[in-house]
Ligand binder design. Structure first.
Ligand code: FAD
Length: 279
């Protein structure tokens, strides 16, 4: 059971609690992106175990006929052990999920894992067109090239600003540069992609820009935000007819995730406390 405050950001410890949350989201016209919490495994057993859980989750998601997808972290399924365990587990998950017509997102982690992650996603996208997507980070200097590469692949891209502390040799450090790059990449994606664009941001400026670009180019897109963050905006955008998907973390490793949400933004604590006391 997730305690108050944390339960604003984490849907529960079990698959069934997380799926109940997705059912509630669906009733408000919002899809769910399920993420079983766990990362940086250095042994094969837990990495294989979480991959197995994602496979079961894909089946349950399909059985319950929910509007949902899954999102996997590379270091949760073996990338810290080596490329092969990650590639094998990712392939197993995508193959099983595709059989149930469940879409698989791959989160992206620090820059040392980018090549292996994008190669695995690219290769699974060629095998299962339209069934996989990956996050790309606007703060990384390499991302312009990565977006160009993904424009030619049958994979979706979730554009995010980037959550990892990266050195200046590989990443823009100033927020203004990251925001400028984000808008620049959005423009490229709306112009060059045939769809498969996910705006992974809570930033009203980026969402407004995506709406403008959609009006200009007509390319389909979706908005992705985290559970517990700007949920009023998520409902409002969904009610206006935009596709909104909420990233829904769950699992017994909830504390570290919750702590990160609180540390990155003190408003998150204030929002959570206000939700509890109802003001
Ligand atoms: P910021 O640049 O942090 O803030 C800009 C504006 O957005 C703020 O001024 C405010 O108006 C609004 N805002 C932001 N946060 C809040 C809040 N908590 N409450 C109210 N308003 C707020 N990063 C990765 O590196 N890899 C991933 O795979 C990845 N996946 C993600 C998936 C999703 C669905 C999302 C939403 C983010 C993901 N991220 C990922 C994190 C991302 O890289 C950013 O670190 C994070 O989203 C913060 O950037 P932002 O664009 O949301 O807004």
């Amino acid at each position: 059971m997730i305690p108050p405050l944390a339960n604003r950001f984490v849907a529960g410890t079990t698959d069934s609690e997380a799926l109940d949350h997705v059912a509630d989201l669906n009733s408000e016209g919002i899809g769910g992106i399920l993420n079983l919490l766990g990362e940086h495994y250095h042994e094969r057993d837990p990495a294989d175990g979480d991959a197995d859980q994602y496979i079961d989750l894909a089946t349950t998601l399909a059985t319950r006929d929910l509007d949902g997808s899954i999102s996997v972290k590379p270091s949760q399924i073996g990338i810290d052990i080596g490329p092969t365990p990650f590639e094998e587990n990712f392939a197993r998950i995508v193959e099983a999920a595709a059989a149930e017509d469940v879409f698989v997102w791959c989160d992206i982690e620090d820059h040392t894992t980018t090549d292996t992650t994008l190669d695995a996603v690219g290769s699974m996208a060629r095998e299962y067109p339209g069934q996989v997507g990956v996050a790309l980070q606007a703060n990384l200097k390499r991302t312009r090239e990565d977006i160009r590469r993904f424009a030619d692949l049958p994979a979706a891209v979730r554009l995010v600003k980037g959550a990892y502390d990266e050195p200046p040799s590989v990443a823009h450090q100033k927020k203004e540069y990251v925001n400028e790059a984000y808008e620049d990449y959005l423009e490229f994606m709306f112009r060059e992609f045939d769809g498969g664009i996910a705006v992974g941001s809570h930033d009203p400026t980026m969402i407004d820009r995506a709406v403008e670009l959609h009006d200009e180019y007509g390319t389909d897109f979706e908005i992705q935000m985290l559970m517990g963050v700007r949920e009023d905006a998520q409902r409002e955008l969904a009610s206006q007819g935009y596709e909104v998907n909420q990233y829904v973390p769950y699992g017994d490793k909830w504390f570290q995730y919750f702590y990160r949400r609180i540390r990155e933004r003190k408003e998150n604590v204030i929002f959570a406390v206000r939700a509890i006391v109802g003001v």
